[in-house]
Ligand binder design. Structure first.
Ligand code: NAI
Length: 332
């Protein structure tokens, strides 16, 4: 059969209202993007999957498109195809940009990634202003404020729809706490609040489910390990990048929660870095309830112990600077 007729049928299937959502991944050929694309192709809530990158988008698309799952996959290469990649999307996931190398902080990535996020968000404002945005590109503490400013300028900003992905911090916290408690990580729920970098990653160990208690040594060990989990991977990879596989897993966990929210499922709760009034800062990560319009309810921090109150002050101080840096990148 001619290839064009195969594509026509796939397009018909996509247009014919196959149940599900339209999802774009920007940076789909990268270390996170590739396994993320694979896992989203396996997600039954996805009917159309657009894979965009400035390199190798068609190679990754050809590969992923051979998987016999429901989603129709299309590839888009380079800036001239950005608008086609974004038009009609319900959810846009952004893992585009450079990752850390040993010795770098997430903030060292600002100069390159800030410009990439600005360009991609200008495209979203133009082509799918109502999409939920899951922002993975670092430094998340600054890229989310950058995206917000781009959307404000375009007149499309809806704070509930712009979500910084901090799920990997929660995934790590669940894993490390489960190790200490001798439990299966699937049974553990650790709220991680604040932001996504160093001391701004604040695990609330006093609120772990199932209820448990930790010695001061365990609290110190777990907090440090959760805050430096990313650096642990950067050092182990020794120059070959940062977390990609666990990040793709975490990104899919969060994206799936967003899609279930969009579908109208009740009780979908995840941590995310979002516009917030929980503290005096304009953005803060906490648990939120996801629904048809994004983060529909933002939960308060709940009772903190003294260790967490001290951690919160440190987190807020660093976050304030990162947020201002992002905002002034667009306003300057
Ligand atoms: P990578 O370098 O393997 O992949 C990045 C991809 O982005 C590449 O394929 C590249 O071609 C693409 N790209 C570059 N400029 C682009 C543009 N203008 N438009 C579209 N695509 C573009 O990097 P990796 O490991 O996938 O990491 C991506 C980002 O995710 C980094 O900023 C990293 O720091 C961040 N990250 C965030 C985490 C989180 O928890 N939020 C965890 C781990 C990484």
């Amino acid at each position: 059969m001619e290839e064009s007729s195969v594509l026509r049928r796939a397009n018909c299937r996509a247009k014919g209202g196959a149940p599900g959502f339209k999802v774009a991944i920007l940076g789909a050929a990268g270390g996170i993007g590739q396994p993320l694309a694979m896992l989203m192709k396996m997600n039954p809530l996805v009917s159309v999957l657009h894979l965009y990158d400035v390199v190798n988008a068609h190679g990754v698309t050809a590969d992923i498109s051979h998987m016999d799952t429901g989603a129709v996959v299309r590839g888009f290469l380079g800036q001239p195809q950005l608008e086609s990649a974004l038009t009609g999307m319900d959810l846009v996931i952004i893992p585009a940009g450079v990752p850390r190398k040993p010795g770098m902080t997430r903030d060292d990535l600002f100069n390159i990634n800030a410009g990439i996020v600005r360009t991609l968000c200008e495209g979203i404002a133009k082509c799918c202003p109502n999409a939920i945005v899951n922002l993975i590109s670092n430094p998340v503490n600054s890229t989310v404020p950058i995206a917000a400013e781009v959307f404000k300028k375009a007149g499309t900003y809806e704070p509930k729809r712009l979500l910084g992905v901090t799920t990997l911090d929660v995934v790590r916290a669940n894993t490390f706490v489960a190790e200490v408690l001798g439990l299966d990580p699937r049974e553990v729920d650790v709220p991680v609040v604040g932001g996504h970098s160093g001391v701004t990653i604040l695990p609330l160990l006093s609120q772990v489910k199932p209820p448990c208690s930790f010695t001061p040594e365990e609290t110190e060990y777990l907090t440090n390990r959760i805050q430096n989990g990313g650096t642990e991977v950067v050092e182990a990879k020794a120059g070959a990048g940062s977390a990609t596989l666990s990040m793709a897993y975490a990104a899919v966990k969060f994206a799936d929660a967003c899609l279930r929210g969009l579908r109208g499922d009740a009780g979908v709760v995840e941590c995310t870095f979002v516009a917030s009034q929980v503290t005096e800062l304009p953005f803060f990560a906490t648990k939120v309830r996801l629904g048809r319009s994004g983060a529909e309810e933002i939960y308060q921090l709940g009772p903190l112990n003294e260790y967490e109150r001290v951690g919160l002050e440190k987190a807020k101080e660093e976050l304030a600077g990162s947020i201002t840096k992002g905002v002034s990148f667009i306003r300057k």
